[in-house]
Write a protein that binds this ligand. Structure first.
Ligand code: F6P
Ligand code: MN
Length: 353
């Protein structure tokens, strides 16, 4: 049956990673990268949770804001998270290059055995962080087909199909560490604060133990969802009317009642749709005809995760993983989620071409 509780429920992440290495599903370098990011994410979760409020109830913006390479406001917490993840990854064996939303250069560690690029958005959803809305981090781990070189000018950028793993971390009442290693092996869902001592006394965790424990080893997305996540107030700036037709179609669906959910925090919306079934779309807008969300460290990692679990991700006419990547901060129009709803999007988009 779809999504039964995992027989290894409560297994610590490090034991699970070890078992993947033993079975030959990932190599030890990839396992170390996944592990290092998980440890750093617990640090980031603590930073997010324990920052004091400032005078204007604006939790994290009591220092001057800057603007990143894509023109987004950068809060101190964005830079703190960027620093935590960057310093964790920069000396790690296997990591040849680090590409981040918050840096306009790439960090290189060329070496014969450093085959992986790690691209990430350190905090996604920082616009709503001040409201205690859940936010996230997104990572794409790409295998380099060519030797990694040491300057940005001649960096051979990885492509969507070079992804070997992707991760999102959701910072909320619990912190979820969710990853995929592709190849139809499903989504691996871990959470902290899991009290597994009753079911698995042999793991012997202390209560409130902050490390990640297994919830689902092979989560599959539902074929149909009933949630539509679209910022419909953008209707007047969408570059074509297919998303409008899409929303209209589900408003009057003959078989099911659909509901609208859009938090302004991609990871929160994505996680909900992965667990409940549903679809998220952010089409091209007049100010950004190339789309809004970033391909290398937002859209492609999430698309990779969905593809491993029965979901789909498209621009409307091209699978997200097949969109050529030519710039680290490239944007892309995006629709992703349960296959039925994404297929409807593709059909309606196709009719407008
Ligand atoms: O990364 C960009 C982001 O903040 C996502 O987290 C979110 O889904 C989207 O932008 C929201 O954009 P808007 O405020 O335009 O709806
Ligand atoms: Mn983002």
């Amino acid at each position: 049956m779809l999504n039964n509780p995992s027989t290894d429920w409560g297994l610590p992440l490090h034991s699970y990673l070890k078992s993947l290495v033993n079975k030959g599903e990932i190599d030890s370098q990839l396992s170390s990268i996944l592990w290092a990011i998980s440890v750093a994410s617990i640090d980031v979760a603590e930073q997010i949770a324990h920052k004091p409020f400032s005078k204007n109830l604006n939790t994290h913006s009591d220092q001057p804001q800057t603007v990143n390479v894509s023109g987004d406001d950068v809060l101190p917490i964005d830079m703190i998270a960027n620093q935590i993840f960057t310093s964790t990854l920069s000396d790690l064996e296997g990591v040849g290059a680090i590409l981040s939303e918050e840096i306009d250069f790439s960090i290189f560690n060329p070496g014969d055995s450093n085959h992986y690029y790690v691209a990430f958005d350190p905090i996604d959803g920082s616009k709503v962080l001040d409201l205690a809305t859940p936010v996230g981090s997104i990572f794409g781990i790409y295998r380099s087909k060519l030797p990694i070189v040491s300057t940005s000018e001649n960096l051979p950028l990885p492509q969507g199909r070079d992804l070997v793993a992707s991760i999102y971390v959701l910072y909320s009442m619990h912190t979820y560490f969710v990853f995929s290693i592709g190849n139809n092996r499903g989504i691996k869902v871990f959470a902290n604060d899991v009290q597994d001592s009753i079911l698995h006394p042999e793991h012997n965790p202390s209560l409130g133990d902050n490390s990640y424990k297994l919830i689902h080893a092979n989560w599959r997305i539902k074929e149909y969802g009933d949630i539509i996540s679209v910022n419909e107030s953008n209707q007047h700036v969408w570059t074509d009317s297919s998303t409008q037709d899409f929303c209209q179609f589900f408003r009057s669906h003959p078989d099911r009642r659909y509901t609208s959910r859009f938090t302004g925090s991609l990871v929160a919306d994505f996680h909900r749709n992965v667990i409940k079934g549903g679809v998220f779309a952010y089409p091209s807008i007049k100010s950004h005809p190339q789309g809004w969300l970033r391909l290398l460290y937002e859209a492609a990692p999430l698309a990779f995760m969905l593809e491993s679990a029965g979901g789909l991700a498209t621009t409307g006419d091209t699978d997200i993983l097949d969109v050529p990547i030519s710039d680290v901060h490239q944007r892309v129009p995006l629709c992703l989620g349960s296959p039925y709803e994404v297929e409807v999007y593709k059909k309606l988009f196709g009719e407008k071409l």
